[in-house]
Design a protein around this ligand. Sequence first.
Ligand SMILES: Nc1ncnc2c1ncn2[C@@H]1O[C@H](COP(=O)(O)OP(=O)(O)O)[C@@H](O)[C@H]1O
Ligand SMILES: C[C@@](O)(CCOP(=O)(O)O)CC(=O)O
Length: 528
Amino acid sequence: MTQAIANGRNGQNGYHVDTEPESSSISASSSNASEYGVEGTNGITNGTGNLTLNGNGNGNIRDRMQRKKSSPMMPSFMVSAPGKVIVFGEHAVVHGKAAIAASIALRSYLLVTSLSKSRKTVTLKFPDIDFDHSWRIDELPWAIFQQPSKKKYYYSLVTEIDQELVAAIQPYLADVSPDKPADVRKVHQNSAGSFLYMFLSLGSPSFPACQYTLRSTIPIGAGLGSSATIAVCLSAALLLQLRTLSGPHPDQPPDEARMQIERINRWAYVYEMFIHGNPSGVDNTVSTQGKAVMFQRTDYSKAPDVKPLWDFPELPLLLVDTRTPKSTAHEVAKVGRLKDTHPKLVGSILDAIDKVTQTSAELIAEDDFSTEKEDSLRRVGELMNINHGLLVSLGVSHPRLERVRELVDHQGIGWTKLTGAGGGGCSITLLKPGVPREKLARLEEQLDEEGYQKFETTLGGDGVGVLWPAVLKNGTVEDEEGGMEIDQEKFLNAQGNDGVERLVGVHGGMPGEREGWKFWRVESNPDI
Ligand SMILES: Nc1ncnc2c1ncn2[C@@H]1O[C@H](COP(=O)(O)OP(=O)(O)O)[C@@H](O)[C@H]1O
Ligand SMILES: C[C@@](O)(CCOP(=O)(O)O)CC(=O)O
């Protein structure tokens, strides 16, 4: 049940009391407002049992709002989300088949800084892609987003992008990066459009002025889900600013944590839909939840089936970036066209990929499966090779990916498949046990000479995390008692990926956990 409560100027402040069907026990104000000592700007709580409505839905609320004190600014905070590899099932997953994906240690980091009320602007600062733009909040097209037939809430399940709303955003993209080359400008406008769609859907004209500064250690457009990490970071940040998330905190019951993750994931998917058109949602799901998942979306009007694979093995993987840019939308559309032209044939290739995914899930669930056993690794490796062959037949490989197979598989070093959309991007190799060190060193040299980038990464880390407030102990002279505040300048000045990791990383560039970052942990819930 949803009761939208206007403050007398229908929808002007976007105040609403939401009783989420599947979550009526979780309050919109939740524990974090008090936990973090934040008095919000636009939250009216439910779940407290003391909020009543009169006939026109605004009486008591209006009284209270008139009495509402001016609220202090939110502290700066950070959100982080991991990239992913698809181990089995990319492309087939767009057509309703299962895929297995796992999070990786490379992550995006978003710093949210509040501005004084007089500023009234919202800013995106994405230095990795040289994008910086501000909008005046009160000039944005709120009216159309808040029409009763269009209005969405933090818990809404949005499964398609509304083209009328997209059209309403267009004028606000016109002055985005006017001096950049057309291709760069398109990327910036796409980022801006996705953000505005989510901001306007969730926010209100009274949303606090703020800046979103993003840095990422994930190569862009390489098949490691970089766009999904941004989607997840922005979704979590907005929902936190609206105080519609509880936690994360260490004692949080797993089913409450699951609900928070579900909310973040739903809105991250909206961002991904805007950027990609027809994404399966596997990237944002694994980025939100972390670890590894078996994912399937048979009906695009419903939420996907997501089965966490808590015991996903720590496979010895080599991740290689071809450094050849690709477009996910382009590769997905190519497969779609091939399917339209040869429905039966492509249908059976997609079925075969599904079979590979299912077989691998069964294999790694076997009691005697072990990453120490050659036979176990060989069977997974063979499935990866089959999956790659099927992707080749769908036309989504690339000569640079085939060259990795030549250098690695044909030398007996491992089993390789492309990961993500293909057409460039990255490959993953499952390394054969017992390959001589010299052989591996030669491979690394050769990859380096040919302009490939190699990543050593672990699979299955934490999903979306929050650092609230943005204060960390870095063991430097800048640390005051209680830590060092991460401000925008420090964040922007961090040198390269290592600098970002050292300054704000969830592990601080070291093994183990760093104090400060918190995660919604859902492991112990057997139902998801
Ligand atoms: N570090 C970043 N900063 C800003 N935007 C980014 C960043 N990384 C990715 N993006 C956004 O994501 C898009 C790439 O997404 P996509 O093609 O799906 O690649 P990937 O395979 O990495 O997910 C970029 O065009 C840009 O809009
Ligand atoms: C090809 C696809 O299965 C994965 C795309 O991954 P990426 O954008 O290359 O990280 C598309 C999707 O699942 O939406």
